[in-house]
Design a protein around this ligand. Structure first.
Ligand SMILES: [Zn+2]
Length: 154
């Protein structure tokens, strides 16, 4: 018997986006909430779709979350949405700050380290570093392109 429905997960996604935006963060565009039936270890992950569409993300959650308690699912979805905020793709200082801010304001329990009952680190940290690098390179290329453009064209 499922505790959480897909519709509820989508509502939680919208809630997380709305909350984080209300705190002033630049939340990326989550274009899809996917369910994975294959995850053995990970509960959820946030995929940055492409450097070119660096504001577009897909959040994937394990089908096991249908049986988790609502509070945990809500926290996990918040966690994944935070990953779409610039500088938050890894679990660094920026991520911790945003999670802490959200927890304080909304009473969530977004964690960076997994609580006992919920192990949800789907991210390969080397992959996360690659993503961060790509974002940096993309920004630099854009900056360089702007600089190269004659000022009269602005
Ligand atoms: Zn994470």
């Amino acid at each position: 018997m499922a505790n959480v429905t897909y519709t509820e997960m989508n509502e939680m996604l919208n809630q997380a986006v709305t909350r984080l935006k209300s705190l002033g963060y630049k939340v990326g565009k989550v274009v899809d909430l996917e369910i994975s039936y294959r995850y053995s270890r990970a509960w959820a992950k946030c995929t940055w779709n492409s450097p070119r569409y660096y504001k577009s993300f897909t959040i994937t959650v394990s089908d096991r979350l249908f049986k988790a308690n609502k509070e945990s699912v809500r926290d996990i979805i918040h966690h994944e949405v935070i990953h779409t905020i610039p500088g938050c793709f890894n679990h660094g200082t920026m991520f911790k700050n945003v999670a802490g801010h959200c927890n304080k304001k909304f009473g969530t329990h977004i964690s960076v380290t997994a609580p006992d009952e919920v192990v949800y680190f789907g991210h390969d940290s080397s992959q996360a570093r690659e993503y961060e690098k790509c974002i940096e390179q993309f920004k630099q290329r854009r900056k360089a392109a702007l600089k190269a453009a004659p000022s009269s064209s602005m």
